[in-house]
Design a protein around this ligand. Structure first.
Ligand SMILES: NC(=O)c1ccc[n+]([C@@H]2O[C@H](COP(=O)([O-])OP(=O)(O)OC[C@H]3O[C@@H](n4cnc5c(N)ncnc54)[C@H](OP(=O)(O)O)[C@@H]3O)[C@@H](O)[C@H]2O)c1
Length: 280
């Protein structure tokens, strides 16, 4: 495993989660909600093809390693360690696993999941700044690029600044000529917040909760975006490709969770990017 992946992804996720859980145990916190991810659910080649994934499905750690899916590995390790910790100590831990989260930005910098949408709108020359901490040598820098490329979100052309042991990578992406017509699982950040509150407040909440709202193919998403915002630089065509995995949030819905329409998420996201000057 490249050093960068351990330092930047695995260690903060696992050690950070366990540190918080230990502190909660000491402080006698009643219940802790851990934000995991669909990434800890969906990367499992042994799951029966075509069967909708539920909370019993876990990403296969060895498969994450062999396919260099370090983010998936970090989330899978962190969530399983959290639930093991709960078993061992009696601390009440509930985990929530959202898929791709969009919605209005609160923070001033763009996180990677919002970039997925921005990239679909902005076409070429998206220039954004992603902070990669402690990425201050050549080896780590290349590993950072590899990880970023591995996510499929960016295309790295370059760059590098170093201040206070932190690097700023300017990320340039090119518009998609062609995009794989894969299935996306999207959820609004405000609905994720509702899910976290429900998991915290409902006495009967236990274990894991998949948190996903909309299953939509890239081509249908493109049609929706184009009907709402006709003037952006969208992909020209779509190819068919990989087999999709699908997940269900039925367990969370049984707890009382519901979600807003996708159009609302798209409009509120895009309007917030416009307001922040990201789409200029
Ligand atoms: N966005 C999604 O689509 C998505 C989907 C599923 C799950 N999740 C999960 O949701 C959580 C938040 O994701 P996000 O998309 O909101 O990410 P984000 O906007 O990049 O925020 C990450 C947060 O973690 C903090 N952080 C990063 N490295 C840290 C470290 N080593 N020590 C302490 N704090 C650190 C950052 O602090 P600073 O602000 O100081 O940098 C920031 O507040 C993550 O656990 C992610 O895995 C996200």
């Amino acid at each position: 495993m490249p050093k960068f992946c351990f330092v930047e992804l695995i260690e903060p996720a696992v050690k950070g989660t366990l540190n918080v859980l230990k502190a909660c145990l000491e402080a006698k916190v009643k219940r802790v909600i851990v934000v995991s991810s669909g990434a800890a659910v969906g990367l499992n080649p042994r799951w029966p093809k075509g069967q909708i994934m539920d909370e019993t499905c876990w990403s296969d750690k060895e498969y994450c390693r062999t396919t260099n899916n370090w983010y998936c590995l970090s989330k899978t390790e962190a969530e399983s360690e959290a639930l093991e910790f709960a078993k061992r100590t009696g601390l009440d831990v509930v985990t929530v696993c959202p898929n791709l989260i969009w919605g209005p930005l609160l923070q001033s910098n763009v996180n990677s999941s919002s970039l997925v949408l921005i990239k679909r709108l902005k076409g070429n020359k998206l220039s954004s700044v992603v902070r990669v901490s402690a990425c201050d040598d050549k080896e780590n820098f290349s590993a950072a690029c590899l990880v970023a490329v591995g996510t499929g979100v960016f295309q790295f052309l370059y760059a590098y600044l170093n201040s206070n042991k932190q690097s700023l990578l300017s990320v340039y992406t090119e518009g998609y000529e062609s995009l794989e017509n894969r299935l996306r699982m999207i959820v609004d950040v405000r609905d994720v917040a509702e899910a976290l509150l429900l998991a915290y407040e409902k006495a009967e909440a236990e274990g894991r909760y998949i948190c996903t709202a909309h299953l939509i193919r890239e081509r249908d998403l493109f049609d929706k975006l184009k009907s709402l915002y006709p003037n952006y630089n969208y992909p020209k065509n779509f190819t068919e490709g990989r087999e999709d995995v699908t997940m269900s949030s039925e367990k969370l819905q049984r707890l009382g969770w519901s979600f807003r329409p996708l159009e609302e998420t798209l409009i509120d996201s895009i309007e917030s990017y416009k307001k922040a000057g990201i789409l200029d």
